[in-house]
Design a protein. Sequence first.
Length: 418
Amino acid sequence: MSADPLIDSLLAAVGGRPDDLPLRLHLAGLLLDAGRGGEAIAQIGQALARDPGNNQAQSLMQRALGTPAPEARAARPPAPRAAPAGPTPPGDDPLAAYEQELADVVPPRFARAGDEPEPVVGDADRVYDVESATVRLADVGGMTAVKERLELAFLGPLRNPELRRMYGKSLRGGLMLYGPPGCGKTFLARAVAGEMGAKFLSLSIVDVLDMWIGNSERNLHELFEAARRNAPCVLFLDEVDALGHKRSQASSSSMRTLGNQLLAELDGMEGSNEGVFVLAATNTPWDVDPALRRPGRLDRVVLVLPPDAEARAAILEYHLRERPIANIDLRKVVVATEDFSGADLAHLCETAAEFAMADSVRTGEVRMIEQRDLERALKEVRPSTRPWLSTARNVAIFANEGGVYDDLVAYLKRRKLL
């Protein structure tokens, strides 16, 4: 049998038995004999990852990298030289040579001086940005019902420690904010942290997901640990539907495992969650795993709606206050912006400012932002909440099991959308 068919057969066998090191190393030797050094190094690297001290694998790696074997080095008389003042340079160590060559595949065998990070001291955190929120609920326009719910769930017990102890109310819990995009869910979470005088830690899917098996779960655990170290802390799970998607619909086992890890962290199985307030936000609560909403986890669900007339007026005033304006009929703009989210209103003001600035550039005469600019902007900027409301209407009609979305049903009925 020729070498290549034999190698092909061994490659197939190793694929079926990846932990069979003698078979893998035999294949590596044949690859070296066939001049296929790159493939041989990959096979040897896999063997060393499983058994770093394997002498046969080390010998094959030295051969693959062109490093003299230990016996050959011992046979040569050493050249006279002065004793080194410090540690042996990496270039004089054959194992260090192929360790450096395979740094992206095989982790180093030993930690070197200086590799160990300094311990975390006080409120400092090595990996994650733990903020001190500066906004308060008074900075949030409107949302009276949402503020009352937050006062009942979190803020009241924190301000009244004696009553909290008497009633046995724990300083832990979770609440899920849902509603159309751009309506201030993230800003509201920061305001809650500021109102409590607590730290704020925001978690998104990109902070968690990792290509290597097990790393995503570890990242999630470390984020919760950072929140526990900095308690009292508001841990904000942004787009929780991505992180805690329905496990029955998960496209991979890794996402189901990640969902299980999130449930364990919320239950405090990996550490006490006392003083950790979990706020989650999503635009699609119907995609969130029902297990996340059971009592003791994200058991309170609050609808964050598009801003009402009072809130729209406050948001427009905020975005226009540092711009040159004249003769603005704010009441008329408020009436014309029903269903606009906070982000839509900010975009409306930005667009009106662009029209006024373009006119000033064209005429060479600087002028104020006027009512006509806002009315022109209203013809271009459309409320982004309407597609969400259309989807939410179907959910309210066909998927309101257990009355989870009763507040959404009431809102749609008030708006005569249901």
